[in-house]
Ligand binder design. Structure first.
Ligand code: GLN
Length: 429
């Protein structure tokens, strides 16, 4: 008898909402998970740090565990201490006097917050515009909620050699305009951008804002890397552009801000009529976020200004970025120098590997970049993420030129990784 699988079962059919191309495929985070790679492989793949959150933040977490109430449910809006701390930090940045009861929502990581926005606002068949490449989670989160993703390209510079700035990945305003239809409900903006590292300029955001206003669209602005912007580049929040607060939900994350990606504490800001339906959704998805780590995130935000924490942290990340960029300069391959976030895209199209290399089944049948990343992980000992995962199936060939390397690691690890990556030279043709 044939094995019953999720795909062929007549008895228990899974929902059509899970039938977009990759929904049941193993995702890159699982394939390139440290657990699947040799133990001594240096992980520059999935974007998480190999260093601890600041001690004064983890101490606050430990302290919270000692407080009975902090071990129990929070209000679904989030703990009041965290909402007040968010107000303190974000009021000046959003140029608002945020209402902690109506305009701030704590979520179980930024992903869950965004999922809740889709649940709250999408009708079946609503179109959601995203710039491609896009953080892979958007695709599934949109389609699981009945939405239809519509892709607008971010164009890399033609014929790049060596280093080029993430700024050179450009949107074409005409392509954005022509992607809008009567079914368009929402545009997702991601700045600083994962995986490109692009920090959208004010002029680019003004173009997006004008179209959102003209066509009455909701904007979801994923700004989880907002504390990681380099070289004095201005991080513009689209919610602060004229008339845009009214139609924007801004997304943030403790994971990126405090090196605590596993804490799953994120937040949303927006007008009451965006936050209230989203609160209804998040209340049914998770009820509330974990309490002790909300207290710790609050303690973190309360102290960032006096400790100049984000300024120091950004400078440390700039140093980390420099270790990898000098390694890539020496390899002589084209790569994007990111203005924000902690990712570098390296063009691996000239890295050659044998066709009959023993690739695992999860990698076969995917883009060339899946093989290149696997080969580099095994032969060189440094893992990365294949970028075609950040493209829809139809456009995957555009992304398969790149491997994404994360530099949210301590300097020693990055230097060690660079030494290993030097050995890539023997495979470059
Ligand atoms: N945001 C992180 C990255 O891009 C991790 C995403 C995830 O594991 N879902 O690496």
């Amino acid at each position: 008898m044939a094995t019953v699988t999720a795909e062929n079962s007549n008895l228990v059919k899974f929902s059509d909402r899970l039938k977009h191309g990759r929904a049941l495929a193993e995702d890159v985070w699982s394939i390139y998970n440290a657990a699947n790679l040799p133990a001594d492989c240096i992980n520059l793949g999935q974007g998480y740090m190999n260093f601890a959150p600041p001690e004064w933040v983890t101490n606050a977490a430990k302290e919270a565990l000692g407080v009975v109430a902090a071990n129990h449910y929070s209000h679904p809006k989030g703990r009041i201490r965290l909402r007040q701390a968010l107000k303190k930090v974000y009021d000046p940045q959003l140029k608002r006097n945020l209402d902690v009861e109506k305009e701030i929502l704590v979520t179980s990581g930024a992903n869950e917050g965004q999922y809740a926005v889709f649940t709250a606002f999408l009708e079946p068949g609503d179109e959601v515009i995203m710039f491609e490449p896009f953080f892979d989670q958007y695709l599934a989160s949109v389609t699981f909620n009945g939405g239809i993703p519509v892709y607008v390209p971010l164009h890399p510079p033609a014929n790049a050699t060596g280093q080029f700035s993430s700024e050179e990945w450009k949107i074409n305003p005409d392509e954005l305009r022509s992607a809008i239809t009567p079914r368009t409900k929402m545009i997702i903006v991601n700045t600083p951008h994962n995986p490109v590292g692009k920090v959208f300029t004010r002029a680019e955001l003004e173009i997006i804002a004008a179209l959102a206003k003209e066509h009455n669209l909701l904007v979801m602005s994923d700004e989880v890397y907002d504390t990681l912007v380099f070289d004095g580049k201005e991080h513009v929040r689209i919610a602060t552009l004229p008339g845009m607060w009214d139609r924007t939900v801004t997304v943030g994350s403790a994971g990126k801000s405090f090196a605590a990606t596993g804490w799953r504490v994120g937040w949303l800001f927006g007008p009451e009529y965006i936050i209230k339906p989203t609160l209804a959704a998040t209340t049914r998805i998770v009820f509330c976020s974990n309490s002790p780590l909300q207290e710790a995130a609050a303690a973190g935000l309360e102290q960032v200004q006096e400790r100049k924490f984000f300024e120091t942290q950004t400078a440390e990340y700039a140093e980390r970025r420099a270790v990898l960029t000098s390694c890539f300069d020496s390899l002589g391959l084209p790569y994007t120098n990111p203005e924000g976030s902690y990712f570098i895209l390296l063009d691996v199209s000239r890295v050659k590997f044998p066709d009959d290399y023993p690739f695992p089944p999860s990698v076969l049948g995917r883009g060339r970049d899946f093989k290149a990343c696997w080969f580099i992980a095994i032969e060189i000992g440094v893992s990365s993420i294949p970028v075609s995962e950040f493209y829809c199936i139809e456009h995957a060939n555009i992304g398969e030129v790149y491997a994404r390397f994360a530099f949210c690691k301590d300097l020693d690890t990055l230097m060690h990784a660079s030494e290993r990556l030097e050995k890539l030279k023997q495979y470059i043709v």
